[in-house]
Ligand binder design. Structure first.
Ligand code: FAD
Length: 453
């Protein structure tokens, strides 16, 4: 019997591919799904933050499609930016024509000076240097630096660059020059179309995994005895295991193991993650901007990313109503200094100022303690300390276990060990939902490659 901690997408996928009959899953919440849970409130379907699928992986596409019996919306996504009263199509660096002067020309000049510099570019030592090289210092300071401080909650100097990969757009010269002179005739965003269930919110994509899943809900794990191979549950019972798959956040997992030495506990404390306050607002649909979601660069606004749930599917809200979900981030490095209610009230005023709503019919908040792993300079060494110690307790180390992303097109053997980690927070990776599904396939020894195989 395989014991799985946590019934988010990673836990459900492991159970599904390893065989629900061979597994038991312990879940703290009264529902399964973790971060992909969707709930209905005030007549609107709210996901836990904007969730869309842009995977090219055929296994994941097929699984999600099967979950909703093919009733999938294929959305040509329109993404925007809000900058001090100006609406700019995304990515802003290749749409400089919408940036006000003189900033527009200053951004282009600094970009061209950087790209055409005779100096050999050096390997960036931090994300700020990466941004300067990619965009030139003027654009970098006004746009991604401001956004990084809001979204990642730390200045870009505090971040390493190992997570950037395909996640941040790297513009070419011709595209930036073209976008300076006038609107682009094509989308230059790396996400062009996205998939979303017609009904039921993003969670509907997990229906196939959930069917028959052996999940014990409202059963929190509170302790782990690696020597005796036992799990302590909040209801006072002890559950013995032979094989353990953890999908709980790695720092929490370590803190539950009393035999973890102080240096490993310290390493767990060094791992940083952001938390997320979702401000969910229903209002009469008046928004004049065309975007599914947009990024807000103004430092004086809480709103960081804003999306309209009804634009992902019209079944997400009654006709004439829009559901606006606003993300506001905090972390140990930058904690909230105001109550959730006070932040929500301010966010409503910000949306009115931006012209997104005229007034608010209802507002509620939802706090998500674990949102984005912060890939700072301490992360790799701290994670290595934890994984090396866990390796002595039964975890099989993997060649890429310190990399923020997994390359699913590599031949990836299933790690052999009595303990395995799966999912965004257990593996401490920059994982999206497709990665969590594919990790389940990998642990079951099934192929993961996009190109067949
Ligand atoms: C704001 C936001 C937007 C995102 N947008 C997208 C997107 O557009 N597309 C995309 O593909 N991905 C997106 N993602 C990423 C995606 O949500 C995650 O990769 C994925 O859902 C993580 O699943 P998981 O199973 O690894 O973790 P979780 O979903 O966190 O699952 C872990 C489970 O463990 C349970 N648990 C925790 N502690 C205990 C305990 N002590 N005992 C028992 N159970 C416990 C939790 O309740 C949870 O159910 C987004 C993430 C965020 C935060």
């Amino acid at each position: 019997m395989i014991t799985i901690l946590g019934a988010g997408l990673a836990g459900l996928s492991c159970s599904y591919y390893l065989g629900h009959d061979n597994c038991i899953v312990f879940e703290r919440n009264a529902h399964a799904g973790g971060h992909i849970h969707s709930q209905q409130r005030n007549g609107v379907v709210w996901d836990e933050g904007p969730h869309i699928s842009f995977t090219r992986n055929p296994y994941v596409r097929e699984l999600f499609e099967q979950s909703v019996q093919g009733d999938v919306r294929e959305i040509p996504v329109r993404v925007g930016n809000y900058y001090h009263g100006h609406w700019i199509p995304h990515p802003a660096q290749s749409n400089l024509c919408a940036v006000p002067e003189p900033l527009r020309t200053e951004c282009l000049d600094a970009f061209l000076a950087t790209r055409r510099s005779a100096e050999e570019p050096h390997a960036p030592a931090n994300y700020q240097q990466w941004l300067d090289q990619a965009f030139g210092p003027t654009f970098a300071a006004r746009f991604p630096r401001a956004y990084t401080e809001k979204y990642w909650t730390v200045p870009p100097e505090a971040l390493a660059t190992d997570w950037v990969g395909q996640r941040v757009y790297y513009p070419d010269e011709d595209t930036v020059i073209q976008g300076y002179h006038g609107p682009q005739d094509r989308s230059t965003h790396y996400i062009r179309t996205a998939r979303y269930p017609s009904r039921g919110g993003y969670r509907a994509f997990a229906s196939a995994l959930l069917e028959g899943a052996p999940v014990r809900l409202q059963t929190a794990v509170i302790g782990i005895d690696l020597r005796r191979r036992e799990i302590q549950l909040a209801d006072g019972t002890v559950h013995p295991y032979q094989q353990l798959i953890n999908t709980l956040p790695l720092p929490e997992f370590v803190r539950m193991i009393p035999t973890a030495p102080p240096r490993v506990q310290e390493a767990a404390d060094a791992l940083q993650c952001s938390s997320l306050l979702l401000v969910n607002i229903t209002a009469r649909n008046v928004a004049t901007h065309p975007f599914h979601w947009f990024y807000v660069y103004d430092r004086d606004k809480f709103a960081t990313r804003v999306h309209h749930v009804d634009r992902l599917s019209p079944h997400n809200a009654p006709a004439g109503t829009t559901g606006v979900q606003v993300e506001v981030y905090a972390s140990r490095a930058r904690p909230f200094t105001r109550s959730h209610e006070a932040i929500a009230a301010t966010v409503v005023r910000e949306l009115i100022e931006m012209g997104v709503i005229e007034h608010c019919d209802s507002v509620h908040t939802q706090f998500i303690p674990w949102a984005n792993v912060i890939f700072d300079h301490a992360r790799r060494e701290a994670q290595d300390t934890i994984l090396s110690w866990l390796a002595d307790q039964g975890l099989a180390r993997e060649p890429d276990d310190l990399e923020p992303m997994t390359d699913w097109d590599q031949a990836l053997p299933s790690p052999r060990g009595s303990i395995a980690l799966a999912g965004r927070f257990a593996q401490w990776k920059y994982f999206w939902t497709d990665d969590c599904v594919l990790r389940g396939r990998q642990l079951a020894g099934l192929p993961t490659r996009t190109a067949g195989g």
